[in-house]
Ligand binder design. Structure first.
Ligand SMILES: Cc1cc2nc3c(=O)[nH]c(=O)nc-3n(C[C@H](O)[C@H](O)[C@H](O)COP(=O)(O)O)c2cc1C
Length: 170
């Protein structure tokens, strides 16, 4: 799909069809994350693929909205701050930015495949650690359901470009 069209097509899907996601589609979505840029190419992120069937109750501890477990899959993107690039001047750690870019590749690749997603950051980090068995050094950054949409896109609400872009200086 042409890129501007793809970006325009993506929206936060909050109702899903339970029909399975084909393995080839999932593979292409994951490959898009694999090719994401990361600081110094250190790739300090991991993706956990979670089938929802039979695990609904447990997954709802992570994020309690019923639509979170409607799709056949949930993906979790985690950052590895001990394995990421740190800026020498002030120690700033790129791990969560790297993980976020990987998630955005997932989201856009899923749109290309006709699949729905929704960024989820309002999850319970302790429940996520427990349910996913995350080691201490692993930071859960974002979740998304992955499945066929069962809703339609609402009208886009965005600030005008003139509010968002400055030229030359703040
Ligand atoms: C970092 C981030 C975290 C988000 N967390 C949640 C969330 O926890 N729950 C939710 O329903 N939507 C969440 N969203 C989706 C936003 O609400 C949504 O992207 C925004 O309202 C614009 O709507 P659109 O995605 O349909 O264009 C999140 C989006 C981003 C980028």
């Amino acid at each position: 799909m042409e890129f501007q069209k793809l970006v325009g097509k993506r929206y936060s899907v909050r109702a899903y069809d339970p029909r399975p996601v084909e393995e080839e589609r999932l593979a292409r979505v994951l490959e898009a994350a694999r090719l994401a840029p990361t600081a110094c190419n250190l790739q300090p992120f991991r993706i956990i693929v979670l089938p929802t069937k039979g695990r609904e109750k447990e997954l709802l501890r992570i994020y309690g909205r019923p639509w979170f477990v409607q799709a056949p899959l949930v993906l979790a993107v985690c950052a590895l701050p001990d394995e990421s690039w740190k800026r020498k001047s002030d120690g700033w750690n790129a791990a969560e930015v790297d993980a976020t870019i990987a998630m955005d590749h997932i989201i856009l690749a899923a749109t290309e495949e006709g699949l729905g997603t929704c960024w989820i950051a309002a999850f319970d980090p302790d429940a996520a650690r427990d349910v996913l068995g995350l080691p201490r050094a692993v930071v859960p950054v974002a979740f998304t359901p992955l499945g066929y949409p069962a809703d339609s896109p609402p009208p886009r609400k965005r600030r005008p470009l003139a509010d968002l872009v400055r030229r030359d200086r703040w």
